[in-house]
Design a protein around this ligand. Structure first.
Ligand code: PMP
Length: 430
């Protein structure tokens, strides 16, 4: 079946922003840091602006706007759950972000849980698991192919002691953009009685995420990477570990019955439904509404068309970088491995911070430089840099990351390729 193509990018806020150059001129800003935070879709902003006059306290008041906001908040939950292909009995908790969601799940692990994570993960997926003293973490080595990732997991699970187990895996790397074999990993985990949480922070903005079809138990994502920068994230999935867990925050809403007296002290009975128990305090209804609006906008545009357009831009970026002497693109699974619009690279002779600064000051292009909160992965990928002739730069080993998405016009990618070509040829300033 032919894929419909979206020839133009989706409208986003900030498209008219002009960036000052060091010449004193200014140019249209090229936002190529979507993997950190994507701009708001115009459709999201329009929906949020239309909603705000109806804003009222959620789950708290009997007044009209309070009831309306509560209804829209719960409708937003249902919209996001449908977007993620949730099963009927899955819970969906609004959080602040992917980091928040994974920390919430870490606090809900059963006693003695063994958590398996690849060393290549973002720190948000690497760090939360053993903080509560109930889980032990097994760090799996970096695979060099998707098939090897599955084999590594299988070998580790085969040796694991009986008891609850969890695999935490990313859908798309925030460093290389490469897609991970999530369905195969989840099936392998399941065959050993282990559960899977998918870190979809980078996957969800670029590909459909279907919890049931992927066979994962939970999904975590961030609204600010999904064109909805209003402070909401999501943890969606199985309710059974979440219902008995310590409430993520103690406070109003999560508590069903509270008594307090000087004699008996403070006593509380918590709600058991995960979305009540773990959403104490006044919920971020604007963030939840914005996330739902983003889901509607992406569904309306259609992922097949969005993906086709992104792949075209990705191909032109990768070709342009490959044709530029001195540029090395980072990858784990291979040069041609499927990936989303996230590309990290180094340029011979350039310290990455200086290169990112030059892209901004001379071309009005915003990218990120550094280790991208995935220190083990970036350090492993850059480790052989000195040996392959790229070691003649000063400063710590870091990379530059360009990332884009549904709001990126062709011109931004063309400008980046031209800029990298010119800067690589010119070398860094003395
Ligand atoms: N996982 C991945 C793969 C990410 O790219 C990020 C953000 N860079 C996170 C988790 C954490 O997301 P947040 O900062 O929104 O919590």
């Amino acid at each position: 079946m032919p894929v419909t193509t979206v020839s133009a990018c989706l409208p986003v806020l900030g498209a008219e922003v002009r960036a000052p150059l060091d010449t004193g001129e200014d140019v249209p800003y090229a936002a190529l840091d979507y993997a950190a935070s994507a701009p708001a879709l115009r459709a999201v902003w329009d929906e949020v602006a239309a909603f705000l006059p109806s804003y009222g306290s959620v789950h708290r008041g009997a007044g009209y706007l309070s009831r309306l906001s509560t209804e829209l908040f719960e409708e937003s939950r249902a919209t996001v759950a449908a977007f993620l292909g949730c099963r009927p009995d899955d819970a969906l908790i609004f959080t602040r972000s992917t980091t928040d969601s994974l920390n919430l799940l870490a606090g809900a692990l059963p006693e003695g849980c063994q958590v398996f994570v690849f060393a290549t993960e973002h720190h948000a997926a690497l760090l939360p698991w053993d903080r509560h003293g109930r889980a032990a973490v097994t760090c799996l080595p970096a695979p060099s192919t998707p098939e090897q990732a599955v084999a590594i997991l299988r070998a580790a699970l085969a040796q694991a002691a009986p008891g609850p187990k969890l695999l935490c895996v990313t859908g798309a790397s925030n460093v290389t953009g490469e897609l991970w074999p999530v369905a195969d990993l989840a099936a392998t985990a399941r065959s050993f009685g282990a559960r899977t949480v998918l870190d979809a922070a980078q996957l969800a903005p670029h590909r459909p995420v279907d919890i049931a079809a992927l066979g994962v138990d939970w999904v975590a994502l961030s609204g600010h990477k999904l064109y909805a920068p209003f402070g909401a994230g999501v943890l969606a999935g199985r309710a059974d570990w979440l219902s008995p867990a310590e409430p993520y925050l103690a406070g109003g809403g999560a508590s069903a019955v509270v008594s307090a007296s000087p004699d008996a002290g403070v006593e509380v009975t918590w709600h058991t439904a995960p979305e009540v128990r773990h959403e104490a305090g006044s919920p971020n209804v604007v963030g939840a509404y914005a996330l739902a609006a983003a889901c509607r906008a992406l569904d309306a545009a259609g992922f097949p068309a969005l993906v086709a357009r992104e792949e075209r831009l990705l191909a032109s970026l990768l070709t342009g970088l490959a044709e530029t002497p001195g540029v090395r693109v980072l990858w784990l699974f291979g040069q041609d491995a499927p990936r989303v619009g996230v590309v990290s690279f180094v340029v011979a002779g350039w310290e990455s911070g200086a290169l990112a600064r030059a892209l901004s000051d001379r071309y009005g292009i915003g990218v990120r430089d550094g280790l991208f909160c995935a220190h083990p992965l970036v350090q492993a990928l850059l480790g052989d840099r000195a040996e392959d002739g790229d070691g003649d730069c000063d400063g710590p080993l870091k990379a530059v990351r360009a990332s884009f998405g549904a709001g990126t016009p062709d011109e931004h990618i063309e400008r980046l390729v031209r800029a990298v070509r010119e800067l690589a040829a010119a070398g860094p300033p003395d």
